[in-house]
Structures are given as C-alpha cells and as structure tokens.
Design a protein. Structure first.
Length: 507
C-alpha cells in the first residue's frame, strides 16, 4: 500500500509542476504578446547575418526599404531593433530620451581590460551623469573649449607648414595620415599635453596603441561579435587586443603617476590652463565628489576620448577634401568666399568662420553624406511604444543615421554633394532636424561636437586657401566606398600632391 501511495504522489507532483511551468509560460507569452516590429525570415543560429552583404548602414537600409522603418534584426543570438525614419528617431531621442538614454556595448567585451568602466557605453546611471556634468561644466566648455580650439589652430599651422615643404620638394603626401596626426596631437595636448607637449614620443606611443586597438576591434567579423563563434577567439584577435590594452594600461598608469608625483611642481592654479588629466585627477582626489572615480574609469575615459575624437574628425576632413577635389566648381566657390573674407596676407582663423557660410555648408554636407558614426546605439530602460510598435525593456536599438541623412523625401538628390542645400533659409531642413543627426541627439549626443566643428572649419578652410590638389595615380578621389561595420570612419590612405597657391608664412 505504502509504495503505491508514494508513486501516485510522485506522479501528481510531476504533473502539477509541468502544469505550473506551462501556466507561467503562457502568462509570460500573453504578457509579451504585443505589436512588435516586423522581421525578415531568419536562419537558425546566424539569424540575419547572411543578409548583410555590403557595409552595415547600406545593408540595413536595403532591408528597411522592404520591412519598414522599424524592424527587428537578429545577428547570431543578439536581437536589435533598427530605426530608419525620422519620426521614430525623434520619439527615441526626444520624446522618450530618458527611457533610451543607455547604450549597449558595440563589440566583444570579453577581451576588454576595463570592463564596466566605460563612459561612452555606460548605462544611464550615476557614473555617466557625473561625467557628462563634468564634460558640460569643466572639460569642453567656455574658456576651456576656446583653449582647445587654439591648440587645434596651432596644429593646423604645423600641418600647413609641413605641406608647404612637401609642395616645394614636389613630394606627395598621404593626407589621411597627416590629418590623423593633426587631430591626434590636438586631442592629446588637450587631454594630457600641458606637461607633455614637448614629448612627441609619448603622443606617438598612444597613437600607435589606439590604431592597433581600433584595427583589432574592427577586424572582428560580425559572426565573431554576435554569432556562435563569440567564445572561441579562433583567429587570436581577442588575445592581441587584450595584450595591446595591457600595454596601454602600463603607459597611462605611468602618466597618471607622473602627474600625481609632480603635483606641486606643476601645480596649476588657473582653471583655464588645466588639461583633462589635471581635472580628472583633481576629481579623483576629491573626497566629497558625488561619485568616487576609479583609476580604471580615468584610463578608459582617455582611451574613449581618443577613439571618439581623433579618427572621426580626421575622416570627415579627409572626405571633405576628396569631395572638393572631385567637385572643382564647389572648390572654387569655397576658395573665393575665403579669399573675400580673409584676404591674401594671412591664414584663415576660427574667428573668421561665422562670416563664411559656404564653408559651414560644405562641412554640414560632408557630415550628411559621410557620417563617421553612421549608427546611434541605444538600450531601452523600460517598456515603451515607438511609432505604434512595442519595444521591450532591454531592447538594443540602432538608429541608422546614414539612411536618415539620405532620405529622398527630405533631401533633393540625396546622393549628390550639394553644400547649397544648407545655405540661406535652408528650406530642406525646416522642421526636419531629425533627418540630420551626424552628432546624434539628446542626452547621449556628442559632447565634442563644438570642438569637432571648429577643427573641421579651420582645417578644411586652410587646405583650400593654401593649396591646389592633385590626386596621385588618377584624376579623381574615390568617394564611393563607405565604412563597414559600426563606424564610417575611413582610414585608408589618400595619396595626393599639394601644390602651393598661397604661403601665409612667406617673409
Ligand atoms: C566630426 C567629428 C565627430 C563626429 C561626427 C562625432 C559623432 C558622434 C556621435 C554620432 C556620437 C553618438 C551620439 C549619440 O549616440 O547620440 C558621439 C559620441 C561621443 N563623442 Fe563624438 N563625434 C566627433 C568628434 C568628437 C570629439 C572631437 C570628441 C571629444 C573631444 C568626441 C567625444 C564623444 C564622446 C565622449 C561621445 C560619447 C557620449 C556619450 O555616450 O554620452 N566626439 N560622437
């Protein structure tokens, strides 16, 4: 009798557990039954990776034309919602900005040595808010911003002098490398250059590390980032990335120690003369600071500052020069504008820019056609409804800025380089500013936008004012290629000859 009872009890227990599991599942399903964005048919394991043929921005644009402005994409095991229209972008970046103010990590995290210390990928929380406030009140604002702009101008003068020498010798230059050098030196001096401006080898060392880090990070194939190969590091790129980051850690730790050890010797009373390292170490020491910074957060912050500011800015200037070389009529209009305002006895300055609307329009148009960050990334902090679709908490969102800025319903002949569209009343842009997002928008918008714009204007202006340009091995520069992966920043060489037309330093 007793064993039969035990068996019946056991069976009852199993059946009731199964029923309970089914009940919970069906409750969950009924809760998650909503109107979700459509999706292309996906393959097992890889999801939609096989549909991504060319660069990510153009592949997503092709799919969006078929599946709509809000669609779901699965890359390996990771799901995303891709946004491709201005209305949805506006809802995410303005109406529900706080609900979407976190970001997801773009690449593989397993090899990063500063896990959880990121600012640029931080969740919308105490650390990010604290650093953003620091950015807006101390790092990139007012007189500090002016000082950094002046550093940029000094670096542009160096570039022009070096190009004048090349021109004299009849030598070609790799414009990409020259421009990256200018933007890197500018950001380096603003970040930690107060004491190290005379130590070019340290700047070069950091540049080398950032270049290698970007190279390894960019070389991960989509399948390795999102797919089933994620854990295996089959080609050893993860290991190499990790080693490079360890090298960076040693270098930056040394710099931080040096700043701290020589605190009194280099004491800098005047706030305006402090560089970013001074300000961060002061905050690090401050026992009353709202958030206690860690050394890893400071180290990672510098790495992200270089990554966010250097190649992006250099890539935009490079695209500008390519488009201008390919459009001699636009080059001529721009040069005539500069000559008429600046005259013919000095180099263009940042303070001339407000009087140069065509130069500003050229920069705007380049950022529209060739955004170095073609996607904005967001992570939803709670359930919401966007453009009639349900978006669950924890959804990873890509906003395809590249596609928005080429929308034929907003821009006439969107594939064409036409700076005029940004002149005068600018009818194309009225009330449609969510079609123009090269620096993102909302809480997570680019904090370096003002600095970046002044570097763009001063450098493009000087290159047009001082030189005629001839592309080595061919008549035209190749503007067709777009960046692949997440970033549109384009680092391939641009070999060309500068031909001196005006030397502002001639005695
Ligand atoms: C032409 C040059 C640049 C372009 C086109 C650009 C564009 C962008 C974009 C699109 C974002 C993401 C915005 C969003 O998600 O809404 C971003 C973020 C960021 N940018 Fe820039 N950027 C440029 C230069 C700079 C410079 C010079 C700096 C610093 C000196 C900088 C620092 C940052 C940082 C720290 C973030 C992360 C902000 C956050 O997550 O809260 N950028 N940038």
């Amino acid at each position: 009798m007793a064993p039969t009872l035990v068996l019946t009890d056991f069976l009852l227990l199993i059946i009731s557990t199964l029923l309970l599991v089914l009940l919970v599942k069906s409750l969950r399903n009924s809760k998650s039954k909503g109107k979700y964005p459509p999706s292309a048919p996906a393959l097992p394991i890889i999801g939609h990776i096989h549909l991504l043929k060319s660069g990510l921005p153009t592949s997503f644009a092709t799919l969006a034309r078929k599946y709509g402005p809000l669609m779901q994409i699965r890359l390996g095991a990771t799901k995303f919602v891709v946004v491709s229209d201005a209305k949805s972008a506006q809802e995410i970046l303005r109406t529900f900005d706080t609900d979407f103010a976190s970001k997801f990590q773009p690449g593989p995290t397993n090899y990063h040595i500063y896990e959880d210390s990121s600012f640029a990928n931080a969740p919308y929380g105490a650390y990010w808010k604290f650093m953003k406030k620091l950015f807006m009140t101390k790092l990139l604002t007012g007189s500090q911003l002016q000082r950094f702009t002046n550093i940029g101008e000094q670096e542009t003068i160096k570039l022009i002098k070096s190009l004048l020498n090349r021109s004299k010798a009849g030598e070609p230059c790799d414009l990409t490398a020259e421009l990256t050098e200018v933007t890197h030196s500018t950001i380096y001096k603003m970040a930690m250059g107060r004491r190290y401006s005379n130590n070019p080898s340290q700047a070069a060392e950091i540049r080398k590390i950032i270049t290698v880090t970007l190279k390894y990070a960019a070389k991960f194939h989509l399948a390795e980032v999102f797919g089933p190969l994620q854990k295996f590091d089959l080609f050893g790129k993860g290991k190499r990335l990790n080693l490079t980051l360890k090298g960076y850690d040693q270098l930056i730790e040394q710099i931080m120690k040096d700043y701290q050890d020589n605190d009194l010797k280099y004491n800098c009373e005047n706030d305006d003369e402090k560089d970013v390292m001074d300000i961060l170490l002061e905050t690090y020491k401050d026992a009353d600071a709202e958030v206690k910074l860690t050394r890893d957060q400071i180290k990672n912050f510098f790495m992200e500052l270089f990554m966010a500011g250097v190649d992006t800015t250099a890539a935009v200037i490079r695209w500008a020069m390519e488009e201008l070389i390919n459009h001699p009529n636009i080059f001529k209009i721009l040069r005539e504008e500069i000559d008429s305002i600046v005259g013919n006895n000095r180099l263009i300055k940042e303070s001339d820019v407000p009087k140069l609307p065509y130069l500003q329009a050229v920069a705007k148009e380049i950022l529209r056609l060739h955004p170095p960050s073609p996607f904005l990334r967001r992570l939803s902090n709670k359930d919401s409804k966007i453009n009639g679709f349900d978006i669950q908490k924890g959804t990873r969102v890509f906003i395809n800025v590249y596609m928005l800025m080429r929308d034929p319903n907003c821009y006439k002949e969107p594939e064409k380089f036409m700076p005029e569209r940004f002149l005068g009343n600018c009818t194309e842009m009225k009330g449609r500013d969510f079609h123009y997002l090269p620096f993102g928008r909302g809480r997570r918008g680019c904090p370096g936008a003002s600095l970046a714009k002044s570097l763009l204007h001063a450098t493009i202006g000087a290159l047009v004012q001082c030189f005629d340009w001839k592309v080595k091995d061919g008549e035209k520069a190749d503007t067709e290629a777009t960046g692949t992966g997440y970033s549109g920043a384009f680092a391939s060489p641009l070999p060309c000859y500068p031909i001196t037309r005006f030397d502002p330093f001639q005695e």
